[in-house]
Design a protein around this ligand. Sequence first.
Ligand code: NDP
Length: 605
Amino acid sequence: MSSTVSPAAPAKPIDREALRRKYREERDKRLRADGNAQYLQMAGHFARYLDDPYTPVAPREPRTDHVTFAFVGGGFAGLVTAARLVEAGVRDVRIVEKGGDFGGTWYWNRYPGAQCDTASMVYMPLLEETGHRPTEKYAHAPEILAHCRRIGAHFGLYDNALFHTEVEDLSWDEARACWLVRTNRGDAFTAQFIGLGTGPLHVPKLPGIPGIDSFTGHAFHTSRWDYAYTGGDPFGAPLDRLADKRVGIIGTGATAVQCVPHLARSARALYVFQRTPSSVDVRANAPIDPAWFSGMATPGWQQRWLENFTANQAGGTATEDLVQDGWTDLSRRIRQRILTLPRDQRTRDNMLAAFEDADHEKMEEIRSRVDAIVEDPATAQKLKAWYRQLCKRPCFHDSYLQAFNLPGTHLVDTDGRGVERITPAGVVVAGVEYPLDCLIYASGFEVGTEYRRRAGFDLIGRNGLRLSQHWKDGMRTKHGIHVHGFPNAFFVQPTQGANLISNVPHNLTESGRTIATMVRHALDHAFREIEVTQKAEEEWVKLLLTSVGRMTGGADCTPGYYNNEGQDAGLAARLAVGYPAGASAYFKYIDEWRRSGRFEGLTFR
Ligand code: NDP
């Protein structure tokens, strides 16, 4: 039995109709009227779950000065944008970050087993600029957090940064042509330009399970791992304080897939409460050979890898696959299927059918893998994912399924219904109470909620225009960066740009480069304002609406944050897309756009 190689494709032909039926049945079990509202915000009784367990808050004086560029968020978006600005000679950059250091998601997510899901060589930004060689094909969280700090130090971003600080108000000051930034630490400073990198997945959420506030055991969310309680550390040391504990974990998404093996090894008993299984494909992590790396790392290497990954993964035409992982494998298969169609039969419907066949084949392999690894057939059956691979975040792991072979690990499947109740003593499913000492919420992060709620502030632009008002029917930008009515403000995120979800940092580094070019141009020519015209924003939105959307499984997808919990989000969903021609085409387009120096669609005043 091999746990690192996908079994070959099953010999029997795939019954497309039967699979579609099964997928719809499983989806229907999970659809619920309350959609995103099923989740709880961490407020009131739960506010303590948001406390920073890693860094004490240091007292400091409020800032009332002026900076050229202020950036909200010290994760990859802020780091790479600031780095590009510094490279362009703009040194006066202040990052405002709610955590105690740089890192964003990698600052907060220190749960055991956390590692990147996209290959380090393309996932970790600015490797060439900082001279770092990733140690593994998929680096673990401590290395990625250290890399964030390395970027901060390398580009001199620490001195001006404000940590443990949350922006509460961002308003455009028309008379002074700058932004006024107010924070929860009493700061009230101004910035000529602002960047927003608050990330799509940074507000942890809790499942709205009846009785959740009654549990009297120990509880925490995976994004604030309590090592003081569990023992161990983010480097993978055994969670030795759990040896006499009954531990429950709610959720089986990408986070749970990574931390369950560690809990399974350490806890006296582990109960994994499952609503929807993840698809878990082969990980095949391996160390990166320093000799190979130094031979390969000639100037420009990371850009070549980035372009190659995108070309393989998202609509390009690469013949070589440098990364070779689950993401590129799926895309290659789809492409191969399409290429087997005679040219005159490559219609949209035929291509979608070819995509569906490739997807079914892949998912059958992933389900066969469960049978090959999990010894108890009933448990194996429950761990199989019945949806198309991109309906939910695909997972890759070589010891998650194996964890269910350990005698102390119990899968408590809820058949799509979710946990019934939480009591002072534990968790109830199908009328059975599972007593627990510790309950861990691997219940994810807010995605489909309003920008203002996730960011913690509303942007107030020209003439008092609120971003929440401008975006009331959905996001409207040019390039996913500029919004009309909000001069000198830049959004750094994938949507309405390349929308390359398989490698989010690539979107961010490109945006950073674009922003630095525009800011340099404004400073060189003493322009006070940069703003997208209304016409250019409208034209970009019109272009986006020609996009066919993400090729997932559409309406038949099981609910999750990828599809607004299965609820029709109307225009907002149709706007949550990328450049219609695909990510590779977008990166080429934006490179030409900024190199031209004409910055079409923008006004510099
Ligand atoms: P997810 O939102 O993916 O998972 C939440 C889990 O909680 C789901 O399994 C969900 O079930 C379950 N759940 C919610 N409510 C209930 C309930 N009432 N009863 C039982 N179960 C419930 O969160 P994650 O933190 O796992 O991942 C979020 C995202 O973060 C990932 O998709 C990925 O983008 C990113 N991530 C990336 C990693 C990486 O790159 N290495 C690692 C970890 C996360 P259901 O599916 O039925 O809704």
